[in-house]
Design a protein around this ligand. Structure first.
Ligand code: C2E
Ligand code: CA
Ligand code: CA
Ligand code: CA
Length: 277
């Protein structure tokens, strides 16, 4: 697509057709994966609501394009997901995240890190092997790695997804259902999955104080998660009112701008030591 004013090509994630902007993005992303300085990870802390302690961090990819500047993941992840490039990106993120966990361990900080895994990667026969190899390479305990998958990723191919998740679980890797409430849920599958964490989508948390339906959904998700023996995380916690409401509902963990935005690894370790008296 071309910007009508400047005539400059822009990426349009909504574009499904095999057109110039999509190919341009894929080419640029391929180069970014080969370069060493365009893709980095930011980390956002997850806070335990009962004692305020940091329980872990979510790794979120950042792309600094050489000419276009920062491109948000919501723009390039969906395009990468339409091709095999998402598998390369996922491996890139896994490697960077586990390398960071190792660096933190060497610095005396034991911090579990969560990595987002796209639906397509969940069906990738190589995923489990790559995870095993990377855990070994960085000598990181499997329990410090968490993988976040969406319900729709599982439901797209329940048998394969369940088999992959079960293998990962048997290795000791932790698993979360991400964006809970946005996909179509199947209680039957949720029950069968070796998942120990449910992350309530931020759109519901954001409006839980104003929108009755959202409040009901958040309450229901917390109950469901607890009934299935899971830890429940609220995403998109932006204000103190959210914190109070979530605590009243018995939510276990919160993540959001109220506590901290995603930030570079060095900033997070500083942030964590500043939290500790
Ligand atoms: P997500 O997995 O649901 O990640 C949470 C998103 O919410 C992040 O956006 C985070 O910056 C944002 N967020 C956190 N707290 C708040 C808050 O209080 N308010 C609001 N409004 N937003 C908040 P981000 O980093 O732009 O990522 C967007 C999505 O892109 C992610 O959603 C995830 O689906 C995808 N993504 C990001 N990094 C990766 C990655 O490394 N691999 C894959 N496969 N997907 C990724
Ligand atoms: Ca996530
Ligand atoms: Ca999410
Ligand atoms: Ca999301």
């Amino acid at each position: 697509a071309k910007d009508t004013k400047t005539g400059v090509a822009v990426y349009d994630p909504a574009m499904q057709v095999e057109d110039g902007s999509r190919l341009l993005l894929l080419g640029d992303l391929r180069r970014a994966l080969d370069s060493t300085d365009q893709l980095t990870l930011h980390y956002q802390p997850k806070i335990r609501l009962n004692d305020g302690q940091v329980s872990g961090a979510e790794a979120l990819v950042r792309w600094q394009h050489p000419t276009r500047g920062a491109i948000p993941p919501a723009e390039f992840i969906p395009v990468a997901e339409t091709t095999g490039l998402i598998s390369r990106l996922t491996l890139y993120v896994l490697r960077a995240a586990l390398g960071q966990v190792r660096t933190w361990l060497d610095d005396g900080l034991t911090l579990p890190v969560a990595v987002n895994v796209s639906p397509r990667c969940l069906l990738d026969a190589g995923l489990v092997g790559h995870v095993v190899a990377l855990l070994r390479e960085f000598d990181v305990p499997a329990s410090l790695l968490r993988l976040e998958v969406t319900e729709s990723a599982v439901m797209a191919n329940p048998a394969t997804a369940t088999a992959t998740l079960t293998e990962l679980h048997e290795l000791g890797v932790r698993l979360s259902i991400d964006d809970y409430g946005t996909g179509y849920s199947s209680m039957a599958y949720l029950k069968r999955l070796p998942v120990d964490e449910l992350k309530v989508d931020r759109t519901f948390v954001l409006h839980m104080d104003a929108d009755h339906d959202d409040a009901v959904l958040v309450r229901g998700a917390i109950e469901l998660g607890h009934n299935l023996g899971m830890t429940v995380v609220a995403e998109g916690v932006e204000g103190i009112a959210h914190v109070a409401a979530l605590q009243a509902l018995g939510c276990d963990i919160a993540q959001g701008y109220h506590y901290a935005r995603p930030m570079p690894a060095a900033d997070l370790s500083r942030w964590i030591s500043d939290q500790r008296p």
